[in-house]
Design a protein around this ligand. Sequence first.
Ligand code: ATP
Ligand code: AMO
Length: 433
Amino acid sequence: MDERTYTADAAPGDTVTVAGWVHELRDLGGIAFLIVRDTSGKIQVKLEKDEMDDELVETGLDVARESVVKIVGDVKEEPRAPTGVEIVPTDIEVIAEAETQLPLDPSGKVDAELPTRLDNRTLDVRRDESKAIFEIRSEVLRAVREEFRSFGSTEITTPKIVATGTEGGTELFPITYFGEEAFMNQSPQLFKQLMVGSGLERVFEIGPIFRAEEHNTPRHLNEATSIDFESAFFDHTEAMDVCEAVTKAAYEAVAENCTDELETLGIDDFEVPEEAFPRLTYEEAIERINATGELDEQLVWGDDLPTEGEHALGQDVGEHYFITDWPSEIKPFYIKDHDDDETLSTGFDMMHPRMELVSGGQREHRFDRLVEGFRKQGLNPDEFEYYTKMFKYGMPPHAGWAIGGERLIMTMLGLDNIREAVLFPRDRQRLSP
Ligand code: ATP
Ligand code: AMO
């Protein structure tokens, strides 16, 4: 089926088959060029009006941009062609004709608004810039998987249709499951924890999470990609070490393997974080935020960090950093408190100067404390019996975290809107495509 034989190694004199999209037709009068594009790049096809078969030339001149064509021809050296060679065709076949009016211009000469681009992602991802983002996203996922494997973790996949939520009751999407109320899962949290008590011990998952977020913002999605990690016999500091290593591995892989994509995106100052990420306590964080004077009201112990506070601190720190030792009362029930101070949790966040990327912590593995934690958070422990009962059968101390995949890509590439980092975003206005 894939009859394409042209590669960058093709030598002058070779007869090749090229198939792809008509990127551009440049008609200079006696001579015209069809620029044909496929995932490997663009190639110039020459049409010489007086010297070539009339029908062939006509087919080439008539074909609408973005149509799919198949061309058989000979490779010729041509210093004036962008790649140094061109194809002199002996046959041009229009495989799939495109309409002349397109909703957006894949050659990128005419800018399109984000909603138009998202409505027409197929055309949008023909654009070099969009394509580059998703090539980089693919490389990040590959690198992250490899890094997790190097830590001896096993990749798991857990259910996305669940009976209970864990990350706060207001952000659940309810669904009907054979007449019963069910939900789209907000986080693999409980399932990954259950696996640290199994023979697997150390696990990771890359999968969708669903959150009925209240606001439409440039950094929230209603379906996001969560990159989760959990390990038996780890405390929160060891979990932070892995978090830092995985983040750095993603940056390193992109720096090493995506130089063309970074260039396409105009990123010439891509920096791999080299230094250890600073670890600030929550107390230090609020003091530093207060000292910036950016907030109208001073933060006090127990406050969640408002978005402007995160920005002020991000500016101040200027690199990735952790915030540790959060007040227990603002961290979820599954996070363990410090043994010597129950008002302090082992929960941590990992921040990019622009926003939060990660939440994590050591988990409460003692059955009685765990059940008490559910009650404190207003949750009925009976509904979570499938989870809590395993804590009666030998659950080791453990810790883990989750990084938002799209936020990682967004901050890495300096994208303004998180929707740029997901092919078919789900937000308040968008349910299709
Ligand atoms: P968590 O991971 O703890 O659930 P988050 O990363 O989803 O937090 P943040 O991005 O820190 O949340 O945002 C904090 C809160 O501020 C959220 O409830 C979010 O909905 C709200 N928020 C963020 N940006 C805006 C905005 N532009 N307008 C209104 N509310 C916003
Ligand atoms: P949390 O709720 O902080 O933690 O989520 C972890 C990370 O996931 C990303 N994220 C989102 N990205 C885009 N749109 C959203 N609506 C969205 N919601 C979350 C963020 C966030 O930092 N169970 C814990 C993790 C753990 O403790 O292991 C959890 O879900 O980057």
